[in-house]
Design a protein around this ligand. Structure first.
Ligand SMILES: Cc1cc2nc3c(=O)[nH]c(=O)nc-3n(C[C@H](O)[C@H](O)[C@H](O)COP(=O)(O)OP(=O)(O)OC[C@H]3O[C@@H](n4cnc5c(N)ncnc54)[C@H](O)[C@@H]3O)c2cc1C
Length: 508
């Protein structure tokens, strides 16, 4: 591998060009006196939507081309492209409950309270162009589900705001007419990219930070001609900066820290990495939202209605959801999402004119905690990821998920005119064993928490409320990994808002 360095360095280097990284690059480069470099392992398809691959622009599907691992377990899927997981996700945006903010305030202080974050939520929603879907995007299934939820007594709520409790509604979308507006389009538009103080370095894999004496002295990057595994024909760069901001996501940020010698000492030793700062929380506390899909059998009339929508180019798998509360949920809050879907199957194929329909129940506030670990010090080797779904010792998560499935079955029954029980009869939800439930568990793809914020005396805390890494000066983290608990929401909007807020702490 060739080697070079950029001696002049930058004021700020942002490591990871995903949802949070795009926000940080745009906001921090607003000051023309601050030089900013954004480093992203994946490709940059440019500032104009029309130049991006059709598959990535299409908001009707979850594209799988620009990812870290092509054939892998569903819960490991994550994007490797400028714009990050906003380029491969469902374009749904919701906000959590006041209880989420109470958890975050305990960990990171008042700047994480609902009122303090409100301007950042609004700023992010505006920049991403969030809106509810026009009526014609609602399929017979989504419209039927809204009516069924109303009949069951779920009040109408605004899914994108902090107000209200359990209820039914439509999420906000970062898509218009089937075109995905990802974070790279929204934040790194042509005008932003024209700033002379902003450098976007794509195809550049961050290996490790050089940490000595509690400070960062540079970041080692493999840049240029990145192949599928990040190897081959690469140039080694050392970037230097006044401030380094990690934004490589819940799976990427702990990996960079661990390779840099910042993490649990014993795990670093196992991988032959010298320990610079013994920080046991790095890679721990992985929290993701598991869910189970209840399949149904669409009636001929529903199949025909969905086929008409597909022919018109207006078929969206879902446009509504229900926030529900299990018996264990504090009053006024919610700990479940019920998600009715109907359309082409997420995995696999059906004959033309036939569709998959059903209702999923997602556990929004899991207590189970998994972890991210290195397999080796090689940055091209995928990390070991254990989501540890439904493993909390007291069985809270299984109990709440069962409650969600009972509510999903109730909603499915109210959708009876459109779909009935699966052709094979299926196993009634209440008769599923815990083991069968674990076999059927999927994810909502909202992992957080592997570099969790918390006070310095919390042995598992990695950053403080401003994203400053405990024990390492000049180093911050500002992505989904810092959230100590997952909000009762889809995570894109909360991560956008958190990055907006953390960018302000860096500008101060
Ligand atoms: C399949 C899927 C569907 C989802 N659906 C939704 C949805 O509908 N609504 C919603 O709200 N949320 C959804 N999410 C979650 C949402 O996309 C994430 O919460 C959000 O993207 C997190 O932002 P982030 O900046 O922390 O990480 P990311 O957006 O994942 O960005 C991390 C970036 O860092 C880069 N990176 C990582 N390691 C390195 C390295 N070593 N060197 C250089 N670059 C690196 C990556 O390539 C990536 O671009 C979904 C996620 C997935 C995967």
């Amino acid at each position: 591998m060739a080697s070079s360095s950029i001696p002049s360095g930058y004021d700020v280097v942002i490591l990871g060009g995903g949802v949070a990284g795009c926000v940080l690059a745009a906001r921090l480069s607003e000051d023309p006196g601050r030089s900013v470099c954004l480093v992203e392992a994946g490709p940059d398809y440019g500032p104009r939507q029309r130049d991006w691959p059709e598959k990535v622009r299409n908001a009707r599907a979850l594209p799988r081309d620009d990812v870290w691992e092509r054939h892998t377990a569903f819960y490991r899927i994550r994007a490797r492209v400028l714009g990050g997981s906003s380029c491969i996700n469902g374009c749904w945006n919701t906000w959590g409950s006041p209880a989420d903010h109470s958890e975050w305030v305990r960990a990171g202080g008042e700047r994480w309270s609902a009122p303090a974050m409100e301007p950042y939520r609004r700023r992010a929603a505006e920049r991403m162009g969030l809106r509810t879907a026009p009526g014609y995007e609602l399929s017979a299934w989504s419209a039927g589900a809204l009516a069924a939820a109303r009949e069951l007594g779920y009040p109408e709520v605004d899914m994108g705001s902090p107000d209200g409790g359990p209820g039914r509604g439509e999420p906000l979308l970062n898509a218009v007419d089937g075109l995905r507006r990802n974070a790279a389009f929204a934040y790194l538009d042509p005008a932003t990219r024209d700033r002379p103080n902003l450098t976007v370095l794509s195809g550049a894999l961050v290996d490790r930070l050089t940490v000595r004496g509690g400070r960062v002295h540079g970041v080692e990057v493999r840049a240029g001609g990145v192949d599928a595994r990040g190897g081959g024909g690469l140039t080694a760069l050392t970037l230097t900066a006044g401030t380094y901001v990690l934004a490589a996501g819940t799976f990427g940020s702990p990996g960079v820290l661990l390779r840099s010698g910042v993490g649990p000492a014993a795990h670093l030793a196992e991988n032959g990495i010298r320990c610079e700062v013994d920080l046991p929380g790095v890679g721990a506390n992985l929290s993701d939202q598991p869910g189970v899909f209840l399949p149904l059998s669409p009636t001929a009339a529903l199949n025909a209605a969905l086929a008409d929508k597909e022919a018109a180019g207006e078929l969206y798998v879902s446009r509504m959801l229900v926030r529900a509360a299990s018996e264990r949920c504090p009053a006024g809050s919610w700990d479940l999402h019920l998600l009715p879907t109907a359309g082409p199957p997420l995995f696999g194929k059906l004959p033309p004119g036939q569709y998959e329909a059903g209702v999923s129940a997602f556990l929004m506030k899991p207590l189970s905690r998994g972890r991210v670990r290195l397999r080796s010090a090689d940055p091209c080797e995928p990390p070991e990821i254990d989501p540890a779904f439904l493993t909390d010792p007291d069985g809270h998560d299984v109990a709440v998920l069962r409650s969600g499935l009972a509510k999903a079955a109730e909603l499915a029954a109210a959708l009876g005119p459109l779909a009935g029980p699966p052709a094979d009869g299926g196993v009634p939800v209440r008769e599923l064993s815990d083991a069968a439930l674990r076999d059927r568990v999927g994810t909502y793809w909202h992992p957080v928490g592997t570099c969790a914020m918390g006070p310095q005396d919390d042995p598992l805390a990695v950053v403080d409320g401003a994203g400053r890494v405990h024990g390492v000066a000049d180093l911050r983290i500002a992505d989904a990994s810092v959230l100590p608990t997952v909000p009762a929401a889809n995570t894109q909007l909360p991560v956008l808002a958190a990055a907006e807020m953390l960018a302000d702490t860096l500008r101060a």
